[in-house]
Write a protein that binds this ligand. Structure first.
Ligand code: SF4
Length: 452
């Protein structure tokens, strides 16, 4: 049915040569500004070219709006957003708020307000925790915005009568979510290379993480400890449908920890087999949740890539950061087993954890080299506002940088006991250089790209 109602969904991305993805890091976003030297710039550019993912909640909101017979525009450009508002009668603009681009998003909101043509709703995990950072917005949805739109009548007056801060509960069952909706030309560019084939569909099987490292991790803090999931049947039907519409060649799960629900992995693999579908997929998990049997089952169901957070090889440092480590032997054994099944591993490490010193960081880099996973990511320890870790440092007056865009996992924003910003930058650049500028890694990546 034709409709004259229009909304605009805006996810303004700054023009930059490095990769800015707002869905990552528990929805706070990451911006890979690794460094200013030649090598860091190359790595930053490669990441921008190869990692491109949508903000999932915006794609659900778009579908929920369209189901209410509302036409949606979508833009990732600051000026295009303003142009659409100037030309069309837009009822509301939904803007995603992140920590890394908070200033940029606010600048856009202010420009929109100057036009006096529409109202602005801000959504996201960062505005949920810090709505006061988005002063010019008409409404801020605090909580999971999808549940607000699922329950919304579709009438404008039912939004206008809400207070400025709209409280929205977390979904209890992800099967209530619709199919995510994308612009086809954008979906064509979704990428998680070189871990998976292009284009990649980004989906989620579950939300929530119960582990104690939620002390410093935004996923645990923002999604809560309770696991909420899709049923395996619905998940497989979503994957089939998305493949049909967008021609995705692979899927990457955005769950903080994939398969935490009892027997989920077995049921999911069974459903994939039953549906007789063939696509590659990747997920993120904790290595202590894996065993050879589970890896074999997932491999038979198309698993090609695993992200694992190793953070540090040092048990005492891990403990001091409320992180439980998997034994080194088990890590090596499972990583080698995954390789025997042709599964690529991307390991994440943190430089500058509490109690780290220069030597322990060098040990982390050497450990990464010895594990020799397919890819590795090195991030600077970042106390994110909203986490227990940030609160502890704040009360000890150790937060030294309040510029929100610096909370990007590439800069030291707190007073570290043993390391300064210069040392941290040197360590991160050293880590990337030592890891990626080895002939066998370069050869491995080229070989995989050529085999596509
Ligand atoms: S297990 Fe992973 S996702 Fe969960 S709180 Fe710890 S670091 Fe975050």
């Amino acid at each position: 049915m034709a409709t004259s109602r229009f909304w605009l969904i805006s996810n303004p991305l700054p023009k930059s040569s490095t990769s800015c993805n707002k869905d990552l890091n528990g929805g706070y976003g990451t911006w890979d500004k690794i460094g200013n030297n030649f090598i860091s710039k190359i790595i930053g550019r490669l990441k921008k070219r190869n990692i491109k993912l949508p903000v999932l909640c915006l794609s659900y909101i778009q579908k929920l709006l369209e189901d209410r017979n509302i036409n949606c525009f979508y833009s990732e450009d600051f000026y295009e957003t303003l142009k659409i508002i100037s030309k069309k009668k837009i009822e509301y603009v939904v803007i995603y708020g992140s920590i890394i681009c908070c200033d940029y998003e606010n600048k856009l909101i202010e420009e929109i307000k100057k036009l006096k043509r529409t109202k602005v709703i801000v959504v996201g995990t960062f505005p949920t925790k810090f709505p006061e950072k988005f002063q010019s917005a008409d409404h801020i949805i605090c909580g999971e915005p999808e549940s607000f739109f699922i329950n919304w009548s579709g009438k404008i007056e039912d939004i206008s009568k809400e207070s400025r801060l709209i409280k929205s509960d977390n979904l209890t069952d992800l099967d209530y979510l619709p199919l995510p909706k994308y612009l086809k030309h954008k979906a064509k560019k979704f990428s998680y290379r070189p871990m998976l084939k292009n284009p990649t569909g980004f989906i989620e099987a579950s939300r929530g993480c119960p582990y104690s490292c939620g002390y410093y991790c935004t996923y645990g803090e923002n999604q809560g400890k309770l696991i909420r999931a899709h049923s395996p049947e619905r998940l497989v039907s979503i994957m089939k449908e998305l493949k049909k519409i967008y021609n995705f060649k692979s899927f990457q799960f955005r769950d903080p920890v994939f398969g935490l629900q009892k027997n989920f992995i077995e049921k999911f693999c069974y459903e994939i087999k039953k549906a007789n579908i063939n696509f590659e997929w990747g997920m993120e998990t904790r290595i202590d949740l894996l065993n050879e049997d589970i890896i074999s089952k997932m491999s038979k169901a198309g698993l090609k890539s695993i992200n694992i957070g190793i953070e540090t090889p040092d048990e005492n440092i891990a403990k001091g950061n409320k992180r439980k480590l998997c034994s080194e032997d088990k890590q090596r054994k499972l990583i080698n087993f995954a390789y025997s099944k042709k599964i690529r591993i991307n390991a994440f490490y943190i430089i500058g954890l509490e109690n780290d010193n220069y030597e322990s960081c060098i040990n982390t880099i050497n450990y990464a080299l010895s594990l020799n996973t397919y890819m590795a990511r090195f991030g600077v320890c970042t106390p994110y506002p909203g986490t227990g870790y940030y609160s502890d440092l704040k009360s000890d007056s150790r937060i030294i940088n309040n510029q929100l865009s610096s909370y990007n996992q590439q800069e030291l924003v707190f007073n570290h006991k043993n390391l300064n910003n210069k040392q941290i930058k040197t360590l991160i650049q050293k880590a990337y250089f030592k890891y990626y500028f080895r002939p066998k890694i370069i050869f491995k990546i080229i070989k995989q790209r050529l085999s596509k």
